[in-house]
Design a protein around this ligand. Structure first.
Ligand code: AMP
Length: 189
């Protein structure tokens, strides 16, 4: 995995562990020669992961819609910052540039981005790994809910299993690198 796209909060959240985990991820990515692709902000968990990659000497690519340049406080220390026309263009660009997608703690934008990549995997638009770093149990209830979607007959177990979850950065990256897309004839029942 040469380019890893990280989705995470534009806020820092209210637990110190969120920023710590972002720093660990950034350092681990650089030690594995993985470049960062992300939303291009300098704030929140987004800023923390980019700062860690840059501080460790790695490559960090930001993709930001022009309407967000002021709002999101674009990071000025990146390898490259791509300014695009729209949110849709941003997400498509990040998806094209990346070999995998990883979610850190975040809010609605993070969830939307992560689930878009998971549904694109289900539809076989791409066959790249999608991972979730469950920092300090932040995603426990979401993981439980996903299991409920399987129990209720809305999601196939194979599709549920596409989301690679771990609380440990190194284990998660290892599992994402080893991940193979499921071979299912049809995504619908
Ligand atoms: P959040 O997790 O809400 O802090 O947002 C994290 C990232 O998602 C930021 O780069 C936001 O610009 C982006 N974002 C926010 N809302 C949306 C949305 N509706 N669709 C896609 N991305 C979004």
């Amino acid at each position: 995995m040469q380019h890893l796209c990280v989705f995470c909060g534009s806020s820092a959240g209210n637990r110190e562990v969120f920023g710590v985990a972002a720093g660990q991820l950034g350092a681990a990515m650089v030690s594995r020669d993985m470049a960062l692709v992300y939303g291009g902000a300098s704030v929140g968990v987004m800023g923390a992961v980019a700062d860690a990659v840059v501080a460790s000497g790695g490559e960090a690519y930001g993709v930001i819609p022009e309407s967000m340049l002021d709002d999101e406080v674009a990071h000025d220390g990146l390898t490259e910052l791509y300014v695009v026309k729209s949110m849709h263009e941003r997400k498509a660009r990040m998806a094209d540039m990346s070999d995998g997608f990883l979610g850190l703690p975040g809010g609605l934008g993070t969830l939307e981005e992560l689930f878009e990549m998971l549904t694109w995997s289900q539809l076989r638009i791409h066959s790249k790994p999608v991972g979730l770093l469950n920092v300090d149990g932040f995603y426990d209830s979401l993981i439980h809910f996903l299991d409920q979607t399987v129990a209720a007959g809305f999601v196939r177990p194979e599709h549920r299993a596409m989301l690679v979850v771990d609380s440990d950065v190194a284990r998660l990256l290892d599992a994402m690198v080893a991940w193979q897309a499921p071979t299912i004839e049809k995504w619908w029942r």
